[in-house]
Design a protein. Structure first.
Length: 125
């Protein structure tokens, strides 16, 4: 648990540094400004690998619970984003890409609640 937490802290710190460096060194006339914008993607790949590694090191039941929760999250997020196209045609506000991670985490929490409850049981009888 501690090594995964340390890796997440390192990944999030690297992400913050990359965002700061990208915004600090970004100049409109700089020929390689596209690479600066993509710089924060590298820490995000590290964070994703850390999450996958943490899930793979759990026991079989928790791997199944987490996999079901994140699978539900991915599918529900995809349907939400695809369905938003119709709402946009009706005058809904513009959809921003940064909302996707919030939607995905919310759906993962919902999926985790139901998946955990099915396998672990509910002590609220």
């Amino acid at each position: 648990m501690k090594k995964h937490l340390l890796r997440m802290i390192v990944g999030l710190a690297a992400y913050a540094v990359a965002v700061f460096a990208g915004s600090y060194f970004y100049k409109a006339h700089y020929p390689h400004r596209t690479w600066l914008v993509l710089l924060p993607v590298l820490p995000l790949i590290f964070i994703a690998a850390t999450i996958v590694r943490e899930i793979s090191e759990k026991d079989e039941m928790w791997r199944k619970i987490m996999t079901e929760a994140w699978t539900f999250s991915a599918i529900a997020t995809g349907f939400t984003c695809a369905g938003y196209v119709f709402l946009r045609e009706l005058g809904a506000p513009e959809f921003h890409a940064e909302w996707v991670i919030c939607i995905m985490v919310a759906y993962a929490g919902i999926g985790l609640f139901f998946s955990r409850r099915r396998y672990v049981g509910c002590e609220c009888k």
